[in-house]
Design a protein. Structure first.
Length: 339
């Protein structure tokens, strides 16, 4: 009987080709990883050197690149920033950043507590948390979106003679920035936030949120906002406030509307204010900020006789013209210009 001569040989050559391809891919991946690791190390060193030339010292203790073979990340045992010119010094725990090799345009970072910020004009501020994680995505125009989540943050003043003086705490704080065409979307939220100051002990924990769009501000994500004040950034801008809300559990309020800011920093716009239990909100505002007690009571009174009821909440329109706030013909006060 005739037998096939070459079947096993062909199979063996196929396996050899497969092994050769796997080895080449592994070698290529390794080469790419070490090249990118060297580039990352070099760029970080360049950023630190550039900052030093501008008078700001940044230290990344025991800096190391890690993650081979599928991730690329930078690790520091501690981070220090010292800017004597601005009178600011900040120190934190370990920093870890990483990006997947197959998705290098998305970077995730974690920072360990505590973060201590020392300025020339105030006692050192200490922030502690259970988890602080940030992510950033980059595209052709630079930073495309960014997010920050902090679990169980606690803010305190550090006093050498009296240890720590807690100021506030929350269950969770989140911040999100997104480029949308030429606009910038901003979303902030905090859950179960409460002040730990004795004079505010009567103010219950609150959940707050902010959702707005600033038109034409997408370039802020590309570094345009660096070094500028809020007033400088917002001068001449327009935007949409989809929601600014605060919920105390037994009372809540929400504000929304279109707005603009003049070159002088004065706010203008047409807003809608919805409040559940206006009297309770006015009392809480008075307890938290005594200087706002009078306008808060005025708004509560205006809601009672000029507002309409929707879904169990009193709703009223507010118009702001060059910083002057009114509910219809009733003046409520003035908003100072943004600085």
């Amino acid at each position: 009987m005739a037998t096939s001569s070459g079947g096993p040989g062909k199979a063996g050559r196929a396996y050899l080709w497969i092994i050769a391809i796997v080895v080449l891919l592994a070698a290529g991946l390794s080469g790419a990883w070490y090249y990118l690791a060297n580039q990352l190390d070099t760029r970080v060193a360049r950023v630190i050197e550039d900052a030093r030339s501008r008078g700001t010292a940044i230290d990344c203790a025991n800096q190391a690149v890690f993650g081979y073979p599928f991730r690329l990340g930078l690790r520091c045992d501690a981070v220090t920033l010292d800017a004597p010119r601005d009178g600011v010094r900040a120190t934190s725990g370990a920093l870890r950043t990483a990006a997947q090799i197959y998705q290098p345009n998305r970077v995730v970072a974690e920072l360990d507590a505590p973060l201590i910020v020392d300025t020339a004009d105030a006692p050192p501020l200490e922030l502690r948390w259970q988890l602080a994680q940030a992510s950033a995505s980059f595209w052709t125009e630079g930073l495309d979106r960014a997010a920050l989540t902090i679990e169980a943050p606690v803010v305190a003043l550090t006093q050498p003679a009296a240890d720590r003086l807690p100021l506030a705490e929350a269950a969770q704080v989140e911040a999100h920035l997104r480029r949308r065409a030429g606009d910038l979307d901003v979303a902030l939220s905090s859950r179960d936030t409460r002040s730990l100051a004795p004079q505010l002990s009567e103010v219950p924990p609150a959940t707050a949120g902010l959702d707005l769009t600033i038109r034409g501000a997408a370039d802020w994500l590309g570094g345009r906002a660096a070094g500028a004040t809020l007033g400088e950034l917002m001068a001449g801008r327009e935007g949409a406030l989809r929601m600014l809300s605060i919920d105390f559990g037994d009372a809540e309020m929400a504000l929304s509307g279109e707005f603009s800011v003049g070159v002088d920093g004065l706010l203008s716009g047409d807003f809608e204010l919805a409040v559940q239990d206006p009297a309770r909100i006015a009392a809480l505002v008075a307890a938290a900020a005594p200087d706002l007690a009078s306008p808060a009571q005025t708004i509560a009174t205006a809601l009672s006789f000029a507002g309409r009821t929707e879904n169990g909440r009193s709703v009223i329109g507010l118009n702001v013209r060059n910083g002057n706030v009114a509910a219809g013909v009733v003046p409520l006060g003035r908003i100072p210009p943004l600085r």
